[in-house]
Design a protein around this ligand. Structure first.
Ligand code: SF4
Length: 227
């Protein structure tokens, strides 16, 4: 079976447990119910996008995040919201491509991308609605920064950050164009494991913190909620 394109969320899920990944993303015989937190996250992203792109006021219930978004809006540069980028692998190396291109290898969506061509500097912001920044994962930012370097080759620096709108935390990470390949090298092991799983159609279980009470794969022997 051909290995499909991957994203930060798909590789994170595969790395957590290939078996869970298989049921949710390959066989699709199990659907995770949309939690309150997921619905809230979607609403926050929509409100931020409309504020940034269309100048729509922030709804009252999300008023707490307006000061942060206002600061971002005041930063000079072209603002791109929910910006979709793809990368493909070619014999000449990694190349930018369309998000839906048939040969796309990696897909990423930047919640907010600000391109300052004069300073040759970009900003990438990812909105988070989790209650705490304790388990923030900067890999996602590294992937977005690499996409930006490939799609906007004049950029020399990407200043990125995870903006936790509820807990009012900001996790900043800066990247230089010199390191645009680093994140793919770091993820190489898990990417190769995923390709092997598709080739062999073996997606092994991998116990983790979700087994006991959160995993939806009730047929798995490790699931704490199965009878
Ligand atoms: S219960 Fe644990 S090991 Fe089993 S599928 Fe779920 S996450 Fe994987």
């Amino acid at each position: 079976m051909k290995t499909p394109a991957w994203s930060y969320s798909s590789i994170t899920l595969f790395d957590q447990c290939p078996k869970k990944y298989y049921h949710l993303r390959v066989a699709k015989d199990i659907k995770e119910p949309e939690s309150e937190a997921m619905l809230y996250g979607t609403a926050v992203h929509e409100a931020a996008e409309k504020y940034m792109r269309d100048d729509e006021p922030i709804p009252e219930k999300f008023a707490y995040m307006e000061p942060y978004l206002r600061k971002l809006k005041a930063i000079p540069g072209e603002k791109l919201c929910e910006h979709k980028m793809g990368l493909k692998r070619t014999p000449e190396g990694m190349q930018p491509c369309g998000f839906f291109d048939p040969d796309v290898w990696f897909r990423g969506i930047a919640d907010l991308l600000i391109i300052d061509r004069e300073k040759k500097e970009a900003r990438v912001i990812d909105y988070k609605t989790g209650k705490s920044a304790r388990y923030a994962d900067p890999k996602q930012l590294a992937l977005m920064a690499s996409c930006v370097f490939f799609h906007f080759p004049e950029m020399e620096r990407v200043r990125s950050g995870l903006l936790f709108v509820v807990s009012k935390d900001f996790i900043p990470v800066d990247f230089s164009v010199r390191h645009k390949h680093d994140i793919f090298v770091k993820l190489d092991d898990v990417l190769v494991s995923r390709e092997t799983a598709y080739e062999t159609q073996v997606f092994n279980p991998k116990q983790n913190f979700t087994c006991k009470q959160w995993c939806s794969v009730l047929t798995c022997a490790h699931n704490g909620r199965s009878a």
